[in-house]
Design a protein around this ligand. Structure first.
Ligand SMILES: NC(=O)c1ccc[n+]([C@@H]2O[C@H](COP(=O)([O-])OP(=O)(O)OC[C@H]3O[C@@H](n4cnc5c(N)ncnc54)[C@H](O)[C@@H]3O)[C@@H](O)[C@H]2O)c1
Length: 462
């Protein structure tokens, strides 16, 4: 590596591609830094890292510490050397040296990508938990979406991780999730392990300064969610997105838009139905009908109406004989928002006939509901019918795609825009209040702490 050459190349080349070519031609070594012109640097502070003359991605200096940057160089003293060279050149180069590899902690980081930057960026994603959801997100990132590549995987079941990695050229398998998080070939992390393991991985990603997409729940207890919220605030910027994919569903977005436009007047009530064909006969508890299933409606209500849930009730109708012993299926969950909107959610997880999701909002002068039914109507033998989705992957496939694409795009732009750790905390606190109400049979008030200013901007699409 020859720092003077690198500095000279920086001043001569307007484009990264040209710089990469020059770096290759001159054999400038393994890693080079190519700060952008000072005017842009001072506004957004991006640094482009080149590996063997090939771009390996953009990093905001907010996203990478000086130590990490030094670690990516060929030798320890390289960053220092390059800084000195840039300073000696004066002008724009000296400005660039000032922020080269600097760690900046600014809340919000509203960094916008330069024209064309998004296309140049491939977010290198590490996935922890390669079961059903992890496998589905890996397929999505690798085959459906743009701007992402899965470069590392980890699972408590190492055989499963190895099997998944075999289908991903160049992906590394890490025996431990913590190792994956600190892997320099991982820019951002997807956590799709079992719920109780989420906290440790989300905290480790925050500590490493890496964006993390965590499937719901953010964590299984309010205390664990609080620890994540505290760590994220201490880090000074939003890094966490929680997998509440229904916010990205076209139907729910249309409901939200109709309410916001005042088309049905002030909302008074909402009726929801959440039916699964079946759940596993072992290990699925009545509490999970709330924290795994109804948690989606819990999140939706906060997002749709822009109000917190203030109190909850859980009613127990006659139980279905199809559920496992001890499972009280179905349940009726009633959520009461701070503004007095009442939302009833039927949760029925052994409905047998398919995955059936419904939602209707009743306003002062109209109603708006999710359209029922699939894309085709079959008329045959004197009957008319359409298909019922088999499960959530079929019903919300497009929402999952939009959600993860939005996350990749945001990560590439140095932003965090989706439902965040505050939403994850709120959902867990409300679910826990529902558990209390389930056992007591009483109306239970939700004790959610005041929302910090740090989380003032609501997460997710408008
Ligand atoms: N958004 C949704 O609608 C939706 C739907 C289904 C599942 N999920 C969530 O996705 C997550 C995964 O669910 P799933 O259905 O894929 O479960 P799964 O059992 O199919 O997969 C979980 C994987 O995590 C691995 N794992 C468990 N503990 C681990 C640990 N400590 N470290 C690393 N790996 C570990 C397991 O070996 C398994 O391979 C859960 O949090 C679940 O709630 C969300």
């Amino acid at each position: 590596m020859a720092p003077p050459e690198a500095a000279a190349a920086m001043t001569r080349c307007g484009s990264c591609a040209a710089f990469g070519k020059l770096a290759r031609e001159r054999g400038l070594g393994r890693h080079l830094h190519h700060p952008q012109p000072a005017s842009r640097l001072l506004r957004r502070r991006p640094v482009l890292l080149l590996s063997r003359g090939r771009s390996i991605g953009y990093y905001a200096t907010e996203q990478i510490t000086r130590d990490e940057l030094t670690g990516l160089m060929a030798g320890d003293g390289e960053l220092e050397q390059l800084s000195h060279e840039l300073e000696a050149m004066g002008g724009a180069a000296a400005d660039a040296a000032q922020v080269l590899g600097e760690e900046v902690q600014e809340p919000g980081i509203p960094r916008r990508p330069a024209p064309g930057e998004r296309a140049a960026m491939t977010v290198r994603v590490g996935v922890i938990g390669t079961g059903m959801m992890g496998g589905d997100h890996i397929r999505r990132i690798s085959q459906v979406l743009s701007g992402g590549a899965v470069t590392a995987v980890s699972d408590a079941d190492s055989g499963r991780a190895a099997q998944v990695a075999a289908g991903l050229p160049g992906a590394r398998v890490h025996p431990a999730g913590q190792e994956l998080i600190t892997d320099s070939a991982v820019d951002a992390v997807v956590v799709t392990s079992w719920g109780p393991a989420h906290e440790q991985y989300v905290l480790a990603a925050i500590a490493a300064g890496k964006p993390v997409f965590c499937e719901k729940p953010l964590a299984t207890t309010a205390e664990a969610c609080q620890r994540i919220v505290a760590a994220e605030q201490a880090a000074g910027r939003r890094l966490v997105q929680v997998g509440f994919m229904r916010r990205y569903d076209a139907g729910y977005r249309a409901l939200k838009a109709a309410v916001a436009a005042g088309e049905i007047g002030p909302p008074l009530l909402m009726h929801c139905v959440h039916r699964n064909a079946a759940v596993p006969p072992y290990g699925f508890t009545t509490e999970m009908m709330i924290s795994d299933s109804a948690v989606h409606e819990i999140d939706l209500v906060r997002w749709l109406f822009g109000e917190e849930v203030a109190a909850v009730r859980v009613l127990k109708p006659r139980r279905s004989s199809r559920g496992a012993a001890g499972l009280h299926d179905p349940l009726l969950v009633v959520l009461e928002t701070a503004g007095g909107i009442l939302v009833d959610v039927e949760v029925f997880v052994n409905a047998t006939y398919g995955y059936d999701i419904r939602g209707e909002i009743v306003g002062e002068h109209g109603t708006v509901a999710l359209a029922d039914g699939g894309r085709t109507v079959l008329k045959h033998g004197g009957r008319r019918g359409d298909a019922v989705p088999a499960d959530w992957r079929e019903r919300f496939g497009a929402a999952f795609d939009t959600e993860l694409q939005d996350w990749l795009t945001s990560v590439a732009a140095g932003r965090c825009t989706g439902p965040g750790s505050w939403d994850g905390l709120a959902a867990t606190v409300i679910a826990q209040a529902c558990h209390q109400a389930l056992h007591s049979g009483h109306r239970t008030e939700v004790a959610l702490p005041a929302r910090p200013e740090f989380y003032a901007r609501p997460g997710g699409p408008a």
